[in-house]
Write a protein that binds this ligand. Sequence first.
Ligand SMILES: [Zn+2]
Length: 88
Amino acid sequence: MPRLQTCSFCGGGIRPKTLPYHDEQWHGNTYRFENVPALVCAVCGEIYFEAAVSQAMDKVLTSNPKPKGFVQVPIVEFPLDAKTKVGA
Ligand SMILES: [Zn+2]
């Protein structure tokens, strides 16, 4: 894949950036990678990965990795009264 110069969604400029973390879905589970090199649109924030980065993450996931830790995420109800205001 050729290196992106502009965002394919908004045409904004793409900048290299190291993401503090990135969550990948794999076989129904979520895996969090830390310090992932990415290309980020300066306008809309869309995130792109170069092929080598995606391949590196796939390689880790297919190797049955041992997690260095786990994240607990609080679950809360979305307020019912807000739902009716949105419509749909
Ligand atoms: Zn964009």
